[in-house]
Ligand binder design. Structure first.
Ligand SMILES: [Zn+2]
Length: 241
């Protein structure tokens, strides 16, 4: 086994894995977050319709109360008018007439209230229709956007599958022990297992490393690890990079 060759394969593998890592971040985090966001934004608009429906329900309740009130006053008038003819004295007769006229005054106030409520109801119905048609347009836009994001996720999945196949072919050629170490770092170092040492700085954790590290790397006897982050190190110039 030529160590330098193995490292060259790991560099190539890291390129693929970095791409996979990036795509997974988009697929598993970015896109789902976006889906959640557009869903919430749409739900807020749905709430606007619900609020209007609630308002209409309340107006209808008010209308019903007034109508019941009206019916009972009208019943009162009918009853009083029926009693008129049974009354014995002029005084009682006049008192009853007065009662009827009070009831009629009440009735006319209630009727006025009901007219106002009907106007409110008409206005609220109109607003509800407007909000509903707005919501419908918004829903269409939302579903379209959602569909687009889902398709993008599918495309990303296909890309990942492609890269996974590529990586599998490559890993089959890498020394088992070295691959094991690489896979461990990949998993535990945020998707970055092997990094270049550039100007004495680790490309993974950006710590300054002592100059003799370069010499140790150049010997290609052992894989050299960053003493801070434990990632594998290589020199770009040795690989024509
Ligand atoms: Zn490091």
């Amino acid at each position: 086994m030529e160590l330098k060759e193995e490292i060259a394969k790991l560099i190539r593998l890291q390129e693929i894995d970095s791409e996979i890592f990036k795509l997974r971040e988009i697929k598993d985090k970015e896109k789902p977050r976006l889906l959640e966001e557009i869903k919430n934004r749409f739900e807020e608009k749905r709430v606007m319709v619900k609020e209007k429906e609630e308002e209409i329900k309340n107006i209808q309740l008010r209308k019903k109360e007034k109508e019941m009130d009206l019916a009972s006053k009208e019943e009162g008038v009918r009853k009083a008018q029926g009693q008129l003819y049974q009354l014995k004295t002029n005084q009682e007769y006049h008192a009853k007439l007065k009662e009827i006229s009070f009831l009629k005054a009440d009735i006319s106030v209630i009727e006025e209230d009901i007219l106002n409520i009907l106007e409110d109801l008409e206005r609220a119905d109109r607003e509800l229709a407007e909000r509903n048609s707005f919501l419908k347009r918004e829903e269409e836009a939302y579903l379209k956007e959602k569909q687009k994001i889902k398709e993008e996720i599918k495309e990303i999945e296909a890309k990942i599958n492609n890269l996974e196949a590529k990586r599998k072919r490559l890993t089959e050629t890498v020394d088992k022990k070295i691959l094991e170490r690489y896979e461990y770092l990949l998993k535990n170092r945020n998707g970055l297992a092997i990094v270049p040492l550039k100007d004495g700085v680790c490309g993974g954790c950006f710590m300054d490393l002592p100059p003799e590290v370069i010499n140790r790397i150049k010997q290609y006897k052992d894989i050299i690890f960053c003493e801070m982050c434990a990632r594998m190190l290589y020199l770009e110039e040795d690989f024509g990079l």
